[in-house]
Design a protein around this ligand. Sequence first.
Ligand code: NAD
Ligand code: TYD
Length: 357
Amino acid sequence: MTIVVTGGAGFIGSNFVLDWLQFRDEPVVNVDKLTYAGNLGNLISLKDDHRHIFVRGDISDTALISRLLSEHLPRVIVNFAAESHVDRSIQGPGDFIDTNVVGTFRLLETARSFWTSLPDAQKSGFRFLHVSTDEVFGSLSHDAAPFDETSRYEPNSPYSASKAASDHLVRAYHHTYGLPVLTTNCSNNYGPYHFPEKLIPLCIHNALAGKPLPIYGDGQQIRDWLYVKDHCSAIMRVVDDGVVGETYNIGGWNEMANLEVVKSLCRILDELKPRSDGRSFAEQITFVKDRPGHDRRYAINAHKIENELGWRPTETFQSGLRKTIQWFLDNQAWVDDVTSGGYLRWIEKQYGSGLDR
Ligand code: NAD
Ligand code: TYD
């Protein structure tokens, strides 16, 4: 059998593809548009692995996806493809609507038509897993109970609104057409291959480059942090045993204010790669203008996936953060390639500006 992964050259998708092929022997067809966030350098260790079939393509391209589905007959589609950065969605929401809303809709349509054509035995085993975020639930007050699977959708940014729309479409395709869907809503990930526009990799990079560590507003916004490998293992559990039509919240049981996250990061860096002047990286922390509409707190109640599927994260925030920082220290060439734009020039050389069709 085969699985199709979309967005598998991005941060979480590439970790998922690497882990899938490490733990299982089932080939992966990886469809990724290679936007600025897609980086084939993340998958370089698979370059001679015939189980990884990479296709540069858009989830909105019905003809391409349809051809890939009939060629490879996957038993599962895992949809990671998305525009994912809140700040970019504030600057320019258009791409978020195109990929997260229209793209998911087109992918669902293509998947539905493929699934409908399958013989009964394959039809009942097929799964469409949609990877979503806790941000669809909006912002929590300090003492409110964490989000569970019944929490109301109250998205506040163009990013979270576009993801909420995609979740609703996925739900509707199950209720209306019977498409065997699963949805996961996860908290903030961090770990290897994290694009350095997001808080943790940006601060690791800036700290080492002697630049300011920008904290939005008062830095007291709270997020739940999950090590990316734990997210990947949770998705595998849901692929294997998730109940069709259900949603699963995935979290790290690690609520923390942004300022505390950056201070922890500085303490670990002080130990692993001390500044040459002997002072702490924390001295580089700089408070900057807040993000418009900045959500104050996200928190996840991940009891359902634990009770029903037996999944719990293995990393604490401290152990996961240490691994992440060590990974960035050991992979400076990857960071340089991303920050210099080298990976984009490589994509241009390899593919021109075109997509596979
Ligand atoms: P990312 O931005 O690092 O990667 C997204 C990938 O999707 C990139 O490789 C990009 O090239 C690809 N892509 C974008 N548009 C595409 C299109 N139209 N067709 C095909 N490929 C396309 O994102 P990420 O952080 O890896 O997030 C993956 C998924 O997980 C997203 O759906 C995101 O909403 C969700 N999620 C992320 C987090 C997080 O903390 N990063 C948390 C919860 C949920
Ligand atoms: P981010 O990594 O962009 O993820 P998200 O917005 O999806 O949660 O941001 C995490 C938190 O860190 C969020 O509250 C915004 C804050 N933040 C900063 O304070 N400074 C920064 O430079 C960035 C990128 C984020």
